[in-house]
Design a protein around this ligand. Structure first.
Ligand code: SF4
Length: 363
């Protein structure tokens, strides 16, 4: 607990809560603050932060869980690839249980497909090196946090001369969806707790256009309870005074310009593209595609498969949950039909999903 206990000090937490209460005391109405990071979502549930905040603040979860925002069509594509003879699909663990239109990667594995869980794209490279007669497809999902490592794996595959390593890329980028939600007339977001890991790569300055154009305060915030409370306090102060600035609560890790090395690797391998988000739909310029120079490593270009027409589960409200419009408990399937053991939607599968967090910790 060394180095994290300092960020869980109850006396300091009480002080921050008192400052938050004092800040919003004279504020008319209720302010809505959205966290856009699955790790924030888990921290907020795990430490019961929502229940500690004054009436005048409503915390909602946004599209920050990488597995959750991956659309069902991508899962179907991965399943179609897993069914190809001579193909090994390598993926982070959460993805194997995300329901596609008619199956999951876990079910395909049980039926004989070679689907392997890895902890890093470099593990997938090792599998490719040891299985030169087969094609290894790594499922590249997630935000700028994971995308540099996937880009690095492609550069490393080229360096090692691995011609049997491919990536099915569906990376998403911030802060474009935050701008989309900020202009949603049904959703009044008064401030954003900006994602910490993503910001370590893209930098706090990446939110300047969002704050300026949409007049929405942004605070890059860490994951410990005191980080979150301080981030809420900084946002609340801006909302009350009518400001819309970018502040960096997590300055011990996040720099104004992020991580130049990681961004350079990203830029070398990936190019911006339009991307489909579960529940939100297509957002212009919110994804990353593999550049033509690296097309040899692009599973979408190299492997031709028939992918079924995507079908979302009729009763699942993941899309609305990812936009912060409903809470998991408002979904009629929550805890009844949909559980972590038998998830109906991605938000119940992922360890960073809002439904999984509410199931585990309640509110
Ligand atoms: Fe979807 Fe299950 Fe969450 Fe309902 S509880 S929104 S079915 S993941």
């Amino acid at each position: 607990m060394k180095y994290s206990a300092e960020f869980r000090d109850p006396a300091l937490a009480r002080g921050l809560l008192a400052a938050i209460a004092e800040t919003v005391a004279g504020y008319r109405g209720k302010m809505t603050l959205m966290e856009v990071c699955g790790t924030h979502t888990m921290a907020i549930y795990q430490h019961g932060i929502r229940a500690l905040l004054p009436e005048g603040i409503r915390l909602i979860s946004g599209p920050g869980c990488p597995v959750c925002v991956t659309p069902v069509g991508y899962v179907d594509h991965a399943i179609a690839l897993a069914r190809l003879p001579g193909t090994i699909v390598a993926t982070f663990g959460d993805m194997v249980r995300v329901p596609g239109s008619s199956s999951t990667l876990l079910r395909e594995k049980a039926l004989g497909a070679d689907v392997r869980i890895v902890y890093s794209p470099l593990d997938a490279l090792t599998i490719a090196e040891h299985n030169r007669q087969q094609t290894v497809v790594f499922l590249g999902v997630g935000f700028e946090t994971t995308a540099p490592t996937v880009a690095g794996s492609i550069l490393e595959a080229r360096r090692r001369g691995l011609d049997n390593y491919l990536v099915l890329a569906a990376h998403k980028t911030m802060p474009t969806p935050m701008a989309a939600l900020a202009s949603d007339p049904e959703l009044q977001v008064d401030g954003y707790l900006c994602p910490a890991h993503v910001s370590a790569v893209i930098g706090a300055n990446a939110y300047l256009p969002l704050a300026k154009k949409h007049r929405v305060p942004c605070v890059v915030t860490g994951f410990e309870p005191l980080d979150v409370l301080q981030g809420v306090l900084m946002l609340a102060r801006q909302v009350v005074t009518g400001e819309a600035r970018v502040e960096n609560q997590y300055s011990r890790y996040v720099k104004p310009d992020g991580n130049p090395r990681a961004r350079a690797i990203l830029d070398e391998v990936f190019a911006p593209c339009d991307a489909r988000w579960r529940g939100i739909g297509e957002i212009s310029g919110s994804g990353l595609k593999i550049r033509t120079a690296f097309a040899y490593f692009d599973a979408a270009r190299q492997l031709c498969v028939t992918v079924e027409e995507p079908v979302e589960h009729g009763g699942c409200l993941c899309g609305e949950i990812l936009k912060g419009k409903v809470r998991p408990k408002e979904c009629p399937l929550f805890r009844t039909v949909c559980t972590p053991e038998d998830p109906v939607g991605a938000c119940m599968v992922s360890s960073e999903g809002t439904c999984a967090a509410e199931y585990k910790y309640g509110c």
